[in-house]
Ligand binder design. Structure first.
Ligand SMILES: Cc1cc2nc3c(=O)[nH]c(=O)nc-3n(C[C@H](O)[C@H](O)[C@H](O)COP(=O)(O)OP(=O)(O)OC[C@H]3O[C@@H](n4cnc5c(N)ncnc54)[C@H](O)[C@@H]3O)c2cc1C
Length: 440
């Protein structure tokens, strides 16, 4: 690794913030890739291609998407899209000419079938081979399914990941009277809120002792559960699903391990995601429900990178996949910069949002194994912030309708400012003031 001083401003760095960042990088090497192939035309693939062009990458950029669509946003699928509030036009990531306008070759409906890392070549379904100097896996993730033997294949049982799933759900919601949602994570809860607002009776089943068990602390889980219950959603935690029941191939309800049954006409299975990492594994790369990359988003093959939902990367002292728009965009930008010769560790302040009823839930930071929580009233009436503490210092905050705290926290964490439990517990604590007091 080289750490030569940088005397000239590289042409592709368009503003001084970038330039300042470059002064802190470990390495600046000449651009070596003349052709970049990106597998996956989702949020990360799109962001990587556009970043390469916006930074002046002079070579060819080819993006392969196995869906029959221009890249689109997934978050509205569990929110306004299912009920028709958001139309298909509201999902687009940009105008459909964006790739052509920026000299990016977009192969729509093109599924990459294998990667030959030695030959640096991707083969598409159908046999066409495309060579690359740099390859980016942006293959995303897919919804985890229950075993078919549990009734997963019944008509009326859905998962929600892509536009085709959302279209099927949109139709199903028209006639639904009682829905069962399996899984109390964000997608299940957003869909529960959407259905409840449509007057559908909703039962949400969660195997863990509380909803949002993996992603939020006890206070937030309780507040969100209370909100759903106040809208008539029945939430049952600590429940073991025996099977999805059906008659003549059509879903009719669920049977639980305690012997009880719930009749329903629609089921959403929202039990998490699995990385689309098989192609990378087939190319000899390390995968563990995610394509293993280092802090520079590089796999063990120096010509191959991964970004977005499919990437398993080091953060907060552990290896993790993040399924969020923030990570898809920022990591994809990072990969583009790496390909352009700017080598900085990817060390984001993760953030996330979810819309449920009249609540905007937001997270800033990453609550990995916190040892405490401090809940505070936020700036506006009804606004709440739950700070997560580890070794006396704030590591993340979940907010409800408190955008000011969320934005301030992102800046505070990004600055590396040590916000302590004592600071947060002080009667006059105001994160916005803390943010304003940060240097630069
Ligand atoms: C319903 C829903 C709601 C969400 N809500 C939020 C939210 O409120 N806030 C938030 O921050 N995040 C949310 N997310 C998560 C966010 O949308 C994802 O983290 C983000 O889309 C990840 O982008 P990606 O490019 O990594 O993956 P994707 O967007 O999944 O794109 C990957 C693409 O690669 C394609 N692909 C896979 N294999 C191949 C292959 N072999 N050849 C060619 N193409 C291939 C896939 O079909 C897909 O089109 C939500 C996700 C869902 C599903």
């Amino acid at each position: 690794m080289r750490s030569a001083p940088i005397f000239a401003r590289p042409a592709f760095l368009q503003d001084w913030n970038d330039y300042n960042a470059v002064l802190r990088v470990q390495v600046l090497e000449p651009v070596v890739a003349e052709s970049v192939v990106i597998i996956g035309a989702g949020q990360a693939g799109f962001s990587c291609a556009m970043r390469l062009r916006s930074k002046g990458f002079p070579g060819t950029v080819t993006i392969l998407g196995d869906e029959p669509h221009f890249p689109y946003q997934r978050p509205p699928l569990s929110k306004g899209y299912v009920t028709g509030k958001t139309g298909v036009d509201g999902l687009a990531l940009s105008g459909e000419t964006a790739f052509a306008d920026h000299g990016v070759t977009f192969l729509k409906g093109a599924a990459a079938q294998s990667v030959d890392a030695n030959a640096r070549s991707v083969t598409l379904k159908g046999g066409r081979a495309i060579g690359y100097d740099a390859l980016v896996f942006a293959t995303g993730s897919r919804a985890r399914r229950l075993p078919d033997a549990m009734g997963m294949g019944l008509k009326g049982v859905h998962t929600l990941r892509g536009l085709a799933d959302a279209d099927a759900l949109r139709d199903a919601v028209q006639d639904a009277r009682h829905a069962v949602i399996i899984g109390g994570g964000f997608i299940g809860l957003e869909f529960a809120a959407t259905l409840a607002a449509q007057g559908v009776t909703v039962t949400l089943l969660e195997a863990a002792p509380r909803i949002l068990n993996r992603v939020a602390g006890e206070t937030m889980s309780r507040l969100v559960a209370e909100k759903h219950r106040s809208h008539g959603v029945s939430i049952r935690t600590g429940v073991t699903l025996e099977r999805l029941d059906g008659v003549d191939g059509r879903f009719t309800g669920v049977s639980l391990a305690d012997g009880s049954n719930i009749a329903a006409d629609l089921a959403l299975v929202g039990i998490g995601g699995l990385a689309n990492d098989e192609l990378a594994a087939g190319a000899g790369l390390e995968t563990k429900n995610g394509i293993t990359v280092d802090a520079h988003a590089r796999t063990a093959d120096p010509a191959v990178y991964a970004a977005g939902d499919c990437a398993l990367f080091p953060i907060a002292g552990t290896m993790m996949r993040l399924e969020s728009v923030q990570n898809a965009i920022d990591q994809a930008h990072h990969v583009a910069d790496e390909i352009m010769g700017v080598h900085m560790p990817y060390a984001p302040v993760p953030w996330f949002w979810s819309d449920q009823y009249d609540w905007k839930l937001q997270t800033a930071g990453l609550a990995v194994a916190p040892d405490g929580e401090i809940a505070l009233q936020g700036h506006r009436e009804g606004a709440t912030a739950v700070w997560y503490i580890k070794h006396g210092r704030a590591i993340a905050v979940d907010t409800i309708n408190d955008g000011k705290t969320h934005m301030a926290a992102r800046r505070i964490f990004a600055a590396g400012h040590a916000l302590t439990a004592a600071d947060i517990s002080a009667p006059d604590f105001d994160p916005v003031q803390v943010m304003r007091g940060l240097k630069n």
